[in-house]
Design a protein around this ligand. Structure first.
Ligand code: PSU
Ligand code: MN
Length: 331
């Protein structure tokens, strides 16, 4: 879907609606905040944000403070933030301050929601925190092309046996949204994750580096398939992907800022220990990533959380700049 067709569709939808709801192509109601709706109608830069990072990725109250600060950074850089979640069964694009707080307090009581979970959650009117895959789906429905997060899911270590491959990767292969992340954590198998992204036809671009970053560290030992050096260059890449209607997503990997990557070796030993504990406790499936994230945070005495917050904010700044450049290409 090109940006102009998405915007004109939302314009048409808005003409018929007095509230800030729209129906997707199948007729299911989706709530879109007035601020996001207006920004899309006017062709302004909009950046989507996921909510699993709030509910399952960080503890309360740092999760709420970070979510609010990230939205602020996006605004300060000239774009409109659109945090996405499912509340009482309604997919919401753009949360009010109250809704954001509700989600942050719910924490892991909100369901971690990937593509497979969406229909059940809507049907049962539950509360869902969207992962990268589910957030991409709703961003794409609304015509939002850029989405900022911390890290994406990947092929888990020993994934060749367990087949635990995050649905984030298959979503990137089928939904034309650009995900800005700090790469993939070394709790995962990074070389296999890159192989799988190639299989899925996903364009993986590293920002101002030749190497694919490993979330807490700038390096992973893996080359990135391509490189972009400015927000404008990245906007042209996204535009080409949309204009050609390739229908696949883009993964923009932004390395953690140097001053926050120092504790990399400390984090690596914590990761090794957390992985061992996960195996001993038999933690698998979609519980594995949240377990590893919180255990690594405990084992590093909070150092990993500090790095995590710093890199998400950095991604928000760059993601907003890319979104502004993309909006300028279309004006
Ligand atoms: N990686 C992180 N932080 C996160 C996640 C992954 O460093 O918060 C979350 C994201 O929401 C991502 C999801 O989409 O975990 C992937 O989960 P799984 O590995 O179960 O597919
Ligand atoms: Mn999984």
């Amino acid at each position: 879907m090109s940006s102009s067709s998405a915007i004109s569709r939302i314009n048409t939808l808005n003409k018929h609606l007095t509230t800030s709801h729209f129906k997707n192509q199948g007729g299911e109601t989706i709530k879109i905040s007035p601020e996001v709706s207006e920004a899309l109608s006017n062709g302004r830069a909009v950046v989507a944000l996921e909510s699993t990072i709030i509910s399952h990725g960080m503890p309360y109250p740092q999760n709420l403070a970070t979510a609010r600060e990230v939205e602020e950074i996006i605004r300060d850089n000239g774009a409109v933030p659109a945090t996405i979640a499912i509340l009482d069964g309604t997919p919401c694009i753009g949360l009010t301050s109250k809704e954001l707080k509700k989600l942050a307090i719910l924490g892991t009581r909100a369901r971690k929601t990937s593509r497979r979970d969406i229909a059940h959650l809507v049907a049962t009117k539950g509360n869902g925190a969207t992962t990268v895959s589910a957030t991409m789906i709703f961003a794409s429905m609304a015509g939002i092309h850029i989405f900022v997060t911390g890290g994406v899911g990947g092929v888990h270590r020993h994934g060749e046996n367990t087949m635990d491959v995050s649905s984030d990767l298959t979503e990137l292969g089928r939904t034309p949204v650009t995900v800005v992340s700090a790469g993939v954590k070394s709790i995962l198998d990074i070389p296999r994750t890159l192989e799988y992204l190639e299989t899925q036809g996903v364009c993986v671009a590293a920002y101002k580096t030749n190497e694919f970053p490993a979330f807490f560290t700038e390096t992973s030992g893996c080359q990135a398939p391509c490189r972009v050096d400015t927000p404008e260059e990245c906007a042209r890449l996204i535009d080409a992907n949309l204009q050609l209607d390739l229908k696949t997503g883009i993964l923009l990997a932004v390395p953690i800022p140097k001053e926050h990557s120092t504790s990399g070796s400390l984090i690596e030993s914590a990761i090794q220990r957390a992985l061992k504990e996960a195996r001993e406790k038999g933690i698998t499936g979609n519980a594995e990533t949240p377990f590893l994230l919180s255990r690594v945070n405990e084992l590093t005495g909070g150092a990993s959380l500090t790095s995590n917050i710093a890199l998400v904010k950095n991604n928000a700044r760059i993601g907003a700049q890319v979104a502004v450049s993309l909006a300028q290409l279309h004006t």
